[in-house]
Design a protein around this ligand. Structure first.
Ligand code: G6P
Length: 607
């Protein structure tokens, strides 16, 4: 979704700001812009399309200044055009700002300000804010007071970066439910909505909290609450490396991240899994040990791919830990009237740690008095901070909009969490721990055979519909496989529980409607074989993801993608990999930019 970058310091601001903005391109956007301040003058440039087009627009122009705010916009209020792109400004051209989030009372404010002579040029909610500051400046000619008063008047969510033309040495920032992080430099300071934009410049960061406002010069950072009471600065160290945030030799981030599968599984288990001692150590959960011991039911809250990881988690927690588990779309959970029994624990799963619905669902669970846990990749993100206890993925930054490596990392960590909370310890648990150590090698062997998947994608690239089927642990894999294909290649794909297929989807099956069946050799493979036969009887083309050594499947399916044998709860860690690769090769074969799929955003920070 929208991205914010800001710079104040000793160097020319624009090249640094634009480089930061480019690192945020992965989040998904439709227009971009910046405002740069040179004493006495602000230059404003906006452009529909990519950051490169914004750069082309200013080619050969020397736009100087040491203070700059920049933005990528993912349209919510008003179509993607130059006027609606950020930054927005007041009538006099004194206040310039960029905004992530939604100002919910913008209509009332717009009416009020309109009556007081303010002229609006865009359809956005954001534009009310510079005008509101301008209006308040009429009574109180102090910029800071006007800014703080305006912040108190708006309702909704925001991350703002703000320039006052009359003070070219100060960059203001404010946050409420929309992330902002300050990068601390030497005679320069940075601002971004996502830490990945800062990696190239600094590792020292300060995460702004809700209701905080930052006043930054090149040499100082002052953070206060909305009543201007100072809050202490907590400088933290960014763990991510520059290499992790770059493509390296891969043509796309998505492919690089799929190939990072073995590494992210290793990173998730490293130092945590000790099969010889029959032990899983999760320091982040020890904080909540007493309440975890009393856990009787688990509810998992998530969106998108994290939700599908949660669905696998449901099977994992029930079988491994014996804990009744249910999974909710965070967007639905937040509006339910659900009674909670004592001993209910909520687990929010989120790669970014900033998804608006997951955060709202988590807050609801917290308000209801539940113990809240997080499974989050981005360290210091809002969900990570607001949960009572949790576990980090340590998967490194995920840049591809379609989540791949985070899914593998989430599955791995869910298994660790289930083993951690399980009061049972039998041969099954020991075997799981031992086998988990083998998973990275097994994923690697699937990746080594990726060429076969590339060829298969070439065969099927012109098809317009796909059905994905699976059972038990591989049912959510079918859903996630279908989601990947939709996201990346814009092909209609439906994921279904194979047993449900007869209750509707089979009506669509025919020679032009291929099915991908996720059918490893396990407790339900015989049932899957029957479902496959039902589809073959209707002349539906069949691709199977099956276990090496399964000879029966080759007589049923038109194409077989083999994965190594593993224990059933660990199968999704292998069976999803060919589906991720298939989606990737289908998308690239059809000529799409798989790292920036249309209309999608990496982190959905609006409801
Ligand atoms: C967006 C992304 C998905 C992601 C989902 C949940 O839709 O495009 O890839 O799975 O948000 O994001 P989260 O950061 O909460 O895991």
């Amino acid at each position: 979704m929208c991205g914010i970058v800001g710079y104040i310091g000793k160097r020319q601001a624009l090249p640094i700001g634009l480089a930061g903005l480019e690192t945020l391109e992965y989040r998904g956007y439709d227009s971009a812009g910046f405002a740069i301040c040179n004493p006495g003058r602000v230059t404003l440039v906006k452009q529909v399309g990519y950051v490169q087009q914004l750069k082309d627009k200013i080619e050969n122009q020397n736009i100087a200044g040491n203070l700059c705010i920049l933005h990528t916009r993912w349209a919510t209020h008003g179509t993607p055009n130059e006027v609606n792109a950020h930054p927005h400004h007041d009538c006099a051209g004194r206040v310039y700002l960029v905004h992530n989030g939604i100002i919910e009372n913008y209509k009332e404010l717009k009416n009020y300000l309109g009556q007081r002579g303010h002229a609006f040029i865009s359809e956005t909610d954001t534009e009310v804010m510079p005008h509101l500051i301008e209006e308040l400046l009429k009574d109180e000619n102090d910029f800071k007071t006007a800014l703080f008063n305006a912040l108190k008047m708006i309702e909704g969510t925001y991350a703002f970066a703000i320039i006052n033309k009359e003070d070219p040495h100060t960059l203001y920032a404010a946050r409420l439910s929309s992330p902002l992080v300050i990068g601390v430099g030497n005679e320069e300071n940075f601002l971004a909505s996502d830490p990945s934009a800062l990696i190239e410049s600094t590792r020292k960061v300060i995460y702004l909290k809700d209701g905080e406002v930052a006043e930054m010069t090149k040499d100082s950072i002052v953070i206060t609450d909305l009543d201007q009471r100072p809050t202490p600065l907590k400088v933290e160290q960014l763990e991510w490396t520059l290499e992790q945030a770059q493509k390296g030799n891969f043509p796309h981030f998505m492919l690089k991240e799929i190939f990072e599968g073995p590494e992210v599984v290793k990173a998730a288990i490293q130092g945590r899994l000790k099969p010889r001692e029959h032990l899983v150590k999760l320091g982040g959960l020890e904080l909540a040990q007493k309440r975890l011991n009393a856990m009787r039911r688990l509810i998992i809250l998530a969106c998108g791919t994290s939700y599908y990881a949660g669905l696998v988690g449901e099977y994992i927690f029930e079988e491994i830990a014996g804990i009744p588990t249910e999974v909710h779309f965070a967007s639905e959970f937040r509006y339910r009237e659900e009674p909670f029994e004592p001993g209910t624990v909520a687990l929010a799963i989120s790669q970014s740690g900033e998804t608006a619905d997951t955060l709202a669902a988590l807050r609801k669970a917290k308000k209801a008095g539940l113990l809240t846990l997080g499974l989050v990749n981005v360290v210091g993100s809002t969900i990570a901070r607001e949960t009572d206890a949790g576990v980090y993925n340590h998967a490194g930054p995920e840049i591809g909009v379609a989540s791949t490596k985070a899914f593998l990392s989430q599955l791995t960590t869910l298994i660790l969490m289930a083993l951690y909370v399980s009061k049972k310890r039998g041969a099954f648990h020991t075997a799981l721990m031992q086998e988990l150590m083998e998973i990275p090698k097994k994923i690697q062997s699937i990746l080594d055979a990726s060429e076969q998947i590339q060829q298969l994608a070439a065969t099927y690239a012109t098809h317009s519909n796909f059905l994905f089927l699976g059972r038990r642990y591989n049912y959510p894999v079918a859903l996630e496989g279908a989601l990947k294909l939709k996201e990346i290649s814009y092909i209609h794909a439906e994921g279904y529980g194979a047993g449900e297929m007869k209750h509707g989807p089979i009506a669509m099956v025919g020679p032009d409607f291929p099915t991908i069946a996720v059918v490893p050799s396990n407790s339900v493979s015989d049932k899957m074989y029957s479902n496959i036969q039902e589809i073959k009887a209707r002349r539906g083309p069949m691709i199977a993801v099956a276990t090496e050594g399964d000879e029966h499947i080759s007589s049923l399916a038109d194409h077989v993608l083999y994965i190594p044998k593993t224990l059933e709860p660990l199968e999704p860690l292998l069976s999803i990999v060919p589906l991720q690769l298939f989606a990737y090769y289908m998308g690239t074969k059809r000529g799409y930019n798989v790292d920036r799929p249309r209309n999608l955003a990496k982190s959905v920070t609006v409801e």
